[in-house]
Design a binder for this molecule. Sequence first.
Ligand code: WQD
Length: 320
Amino acid sequence: MAKVLVIGGAGYIGSHVVKALLKSGHGVAVYDNLSTGQKINLFKEAEFIEGDILDTAALQKAMSGGFDAVVHLAAKKAVGESMEKPEIYSTNNICGSLNILNAMVGCGVRNLVFSSSAAVYGMPEYLPIDEKHPFHPLNYYGFTKLEIEKYMEWYSRLKDFRYMALRYFNAIGYDAEGDIRGREIGSQNLLPIVMDVAAGRREKLSVFGRDYETRDGTCIRDYVHVSDLARAHVLAIEKLMAGAESDSLNLGTGKGTSVDEMIQAAEKVVGRKLNVEYAGRRAGDPAVLVASYDKAKKVLGWEPAYTDVEEIIRTTWNIE
Ligand code: WQD
């Protein structure tokens, strides 16, 4: 069994990773500054250390707790904001990650599972997107994730250090057993907004573009359940500890769902029509993004358990 430090473990994806690690019998400590993470997401079985990745002294102290592996999910992730305030993303995502890498090599922690993103690829040149697809990030957020992957690659060459970068496509859903109750606040992503409209916290949903070359004119994305993502982190840690090489892996379902299809599925779940308006395209949105997860299947033996978006949305509606 591994002893794992989950940095960003109070956040949306991090809390699901903590649950999956505990369920597999691993020891877990969480390091989080609670900027977007929430105390309600913490598990009593996991030690909690409140701290920031920019506080190198606190980070090093936490890292010296005899860990076998680190999962790093502490990042700013609002794509629009990253274009307006890149300096925040340079500091938090890039400098913060370098602090983690340096603390790891300083404390002799060898294995890192890193929360990367499909945003490293940019506009798809072919579909489904595999890991050999060229990297042309369209936004500064995606650029920071790509840069961190490059730093990890260098550290793996120069130091006793190995990593798995997990490139998530569109993460949605919540723990189906209801153990994670912290609803993401202020998210600009589609499903949280749909749920805000359904719950009356928001007046309407604007659909960004109805004139794409897709089956119904709206954008298609690969929506993957957060508990499936979480399970991949556990497998990645176990593989690294068994001696696997460093790697970067896509995590998606291989199945595309349009914005209109998401709305229809949400309407079925909540049992009524939602207030929807059709607006213009959002800058930088590719028409279609769908993952090939063949490599994750080969390397980790990972496959998504959830492939039906209606079922995934049901796990989200449960937390209201
Ligand atoms: C999904 C679809 C929108 C809001 C982003 C990042 C990506 C990853 C996940 C991670 C798109 C449409 C959305 C709305 C809409 N990031 N939409 N109305 O842009 O695919 O991916 O989040 O940390 O790197 O780029 O996700 O949820 O914003 O959008 O019509 O109010 O829903 O146009 O087609 P996206 P999203």
